[in-house]
Design a protein around this ligand. Structure first.
Ligand SMILES: NC(=O)c1ccc[n+]([C@@H]2O[C@H](COP(=O)([O-])OP(=O)(O)OC[C@H]3O[C@@H](n4cnc5c(N)ncnc54)[C@H](OP(=O)(O)O)[C@@H]3O)[C@@H](O)[C@H]2O)c1
Length: 235
């Protein structure tokens, strides 16, 4: 999107290319124009396409905040990244690996190549392989919940962290921390994320791209969509 108006010091200029996350208390951003507080936006570099910019805020910020703010990830630690072929999971995998972690990605049997391609050191097929065979980890990043979450909690080292983005943690963890959170807009983190995209250190995971007039049908489709769905206003 393009910044249009600002009051006071916004750190942005009129006409600047920007990207970001509208706050959760608005009606949404599926519109030609939307009012967003400047602090929730970051400049989008000229050589990063708008579609790529649109794919980053939710998945990139969720991964960043889960790994670093809530999970306090350190180099050398082991991360179990669930749903690692998904929009959030591909970001978790890449950011954790870049931070020096050993990443075990999970997913369905058909996700193996994609997960390894996004940088996981190992892959666990949740449909056919025993999660219990995974060596203990410092951090579980859960985007699935339910039974998968319960089985994962047992894999945590003492002092480890279970980070959930699918609601409150439903399992009791002992000698480890459990945290759930909802992603928040953050300009500094968006800038870190887009810098990595620009440098080629971070790849986005775009699945479907549709035009504005197809947006409702696309987003309401019952078909499973792989990766982020992008709605373009114009061809
Ligand atoms: N709290 C927050 O702030 C926050 C922020 C972002 C996202 N979320 C939530 O996080 C979840 C993931 O979001 P996302 O955008 O990454 O979704 P996504 O792109 O659909 O990724 C989820 C991945 O997990 C896989 N998966 C799901 N259940 C599985 C199972 N039982 N076994 C194996 N693989 C399984 C999916 O495979 P299939 O596609 O084959 O099912 C997919 O690859 C959603 O529930 C979303 O609402 C929360």
């Amino acid at each position: 999107m393009v910044a249009a108006l600002g009051y006071g010091t916004t750190g942005l200029s009129v006409g600047q290319r920007v990207f970001g996350l509208a706050d959760w208390y608005r009606d949404g951003s599926l519109a030609e124009y939307v009012a967003i507080e400047a602090r929730n936006l970051a400049p989008l570099p000229d050589n990063v396409e708008f579609a790529i910019g649109a794919s980053l805020p939710i998945s990139g910020l969720t991964a960043w905040q889960g790994l670093f703010q809530h999970g306090h990830l350190q180099a050398g630690q082991r991360v179990l990244a669930h749903g690692a072929a998904g929009a959030v999971g591909t970001m978790v995998t890449q950011l954790a690996r870049e931070a020096g972690a050993y990443v075990i990605g999970t997913g369905r049997a058909s996700d193996r190549q994609k997960v390894l391609h996004f940088g996981a050191h190992e892959f666990v097929d949740l449909e056919n392989e025993a999660l219990e065979n995974v060596e203990r980890v410092d951090l579980v990043f859960d985007v699935i919940g339910g039974e998968v979450q319960k089985r994962s909690a047992r894999l945590l080292k003492h002092g480890g962290t279970l980070v959930s983005v699918v609601g409150p943690v439903e399992v009791q963890v002992t000698q480890a921390l459990a945290v759930d959170f909802v992603v928040e807009a953050d300009r500094a983190q968006l800038s870190e994320i887009v810098q990595r995209v620009r440098d080629g250190r971070l790849r986005t995971n775009i699945g479907t791209t549709a035009f504005f007039d197809e947006a409702v049908a696309t987003l309401n489709s019952t078909e499973r969509r792989k990766g982020k769905t992008i709605i373009r206003l114009r061809p």
